[in-house]
Ligand binder design. Structure first.
Ligand code: LLP
Length: 431
């Protein structure tokens, strides 16, 4: 069952609510529309898959940092994966248990590490200087930090280069050649660091579970080596990265169960707690970006549908050439001509497209057009380029067949930079 379905009447529904009806009652601007039941179903798939294992589902907050969604995932039972001090503060505000939070990243700042140490979250060691900063943070906070070693296993995730992280030339983690150096360095700081596990994250949009299995085999070998030196480590963190069916072709993709089943025996054989860090596979398919058609035009051999949404609201197609499925929300008149269109926004550059070469009925002005699977890395990467406003977010309430305004923007994110002022350097010196 999926939350967004085209029904026989030709209308797109979100959990029983017509998307067209939503468009008719909300502000006239692009918006994100979510399904809470789909979030529940996605979480449940992980929870069921993890049956019989000691585990933490660490939701990767970067995928979608709306406070209401965070609170919802926390209530369902998620921990959180953080990559910045602000994500850590937001996770705390959303009520996540710090003991189920993991602070990740190749450039963690000392001041943020101090907060992490005070709060008692797990911290991943990413490099020599990072270890140094974690030790300093532990001293400043007066707390011993539970650390995991982020090992870069050099497994090719077979994804777009921009979202591959587990190959040996990537900026993330440490290489196994340096493992002994790090173990010695941790041993030398018994009052500051407690090594509790090993972590890897291979990349994102991965669609073959063998890749996770290959990495897990390497990781348990490292864990064996680490344990041989007297460390009592309990956690294997295999990161996130499971892909989803962006193409809507009905292709069978690995599920959370397939992912967990491929590492289950390894985890049990070493008596480990498993940490996973899903972002996309929990939240991407729970949301659409809803746009309105401004007009249709043709230049040279290209047909364009121009909509009000753009790369400012949803940058994945422009940044990664990512495909996200596009469809109209209402039935087209029977005489509407079907053509091949690029779906573009109003932003002043040619990188501004939401989809290329899409076969669609020629829409009327004002028609609704959705970009699917927009729950992950869309709102969280939205900008105000061309002074477009960051879009509002709603979630449908199927029980009342009405809508609830989902949330105000998270506090630290202003809706827009309208009226932003430039400080002079002398202002800065006064501060
Ligand atoms: N853990 C770590 C250490 C990560 O770096 C990431 C994502 C995740 C977990 C979650 O991965 P997921 O399950 O969501 O694949 N902006 C890109 C995706 C960047 C992913 C960055 N790291 C996109 O729009 O496709």
């Amino acid at each position: 069952k999926h939350c967004f379905t085209k029904s026989d009447d030709g209308y797109l529904y979100c959990e029983g609510v017509r998307v067209q009806d939503v468009m008719d009652i909300v502000e006239r601007r692009p918006f994100y529309l979510y399904s809470k039941p789909q979030i529940n179903r996605n979480f449940e798939a992980y929870r069921e898959a993890l049956g019989g294992l000691n585990s933490i589902i660490g939701y990767a907050i970067k995928a979608n940092n709306n406070l209401k969604i965070l609170e919802h995932l926390r209530v369902l039972g998620c921990g959180a994966v953080l990559v910045s001090g602000n994500e850590l503060r937001l996770a705390l505000k959303a009520g996540f248990d710090p003991k189920r939070c993991i602070f990740n990243g190749n450039g963690k700042l000392l001041e943020d590490l101090v907060l992490a140490a005070q709060e008692g979250v797990f911290v991943n060691i990413d490099s020599e200087f990072d270890l140094d900063n974690i030790v300093s943070a532990a001293r400043i906070a007066g707390k011993k930090v539970n650390v995991l070693l982020r090992i870069n296993p050099d497994v090719d995730p077979q994804v777009h280069a921009y979202v591959a992280t587990g190959n040996k030339n990537s900026k993330f983690g440490i290489r196994n050649e340096k493992l002994q150096w790090f173990l010695d360095a941790v041993k030398a700081q018994p009052n500051e660091l407690k090594l509790v596990g090993a972590h890897c994250h291979l990349g994102s949009t991965i669609t073959k579970v063998d890749i996770f299995r290959d990495a897990a085999v390497l990781m348990v070998n490292y864990i064996d080596q680490i344990r041989d030196q007297g460390f009592e480590i309990d956690y294997l963190n295999i990161g996130g990265g499971l892909g989803i069916d962006y193409y809507h072709t009905g292709a069978v993709l690995p599920t959370p169960r397939d992912l967990i089943d491929t590492v289950r025996e390894l985890v049990l054989s070493r008596n480990l707690n498993l940490i996973i860090e899903p972002g996309r596979s929990l939240i991407a398919n729970t949301c659409c970006l809803v746009n309105r058609v401004t007009g249709v035009k043709t230049n040279g051999t290209k047909n364009f549908i121009v909509v009000d949404g753009s790369m400012s609201e949803l940058i994945r197609p422009s940044l990664y050439g990512a495909y996200q499925h596009i469809e109209l929300v209402s039935p087209s008149p029977p005489d509407a001509e079907i053509s091949t269109f690029d779906v573009v926004g109003p932003v002043c550059e040619s990188a501004d497209f939401l989809g290329k070469d899409r076969e669609l009925p020629t829409p009327n002005r004002g028609a609704g057009l959705v970009v699917h699977d927009a729950g992950a890395y869309c709102m969280s990467m939205a900008s105000t380029y061309n002074l477009k406003m960051r879009p509002p977010e709603y979630w449908g309430n199927p029980k009342r067949t009405s809508l609830t305004f989902r949330s105000k923007m998270v506090d630290q994110w202003p809706r827009s930079d309208m009226g932003r002022h430039l400080k002079t350097t002398s202002d800065a010196l006064k501060v």
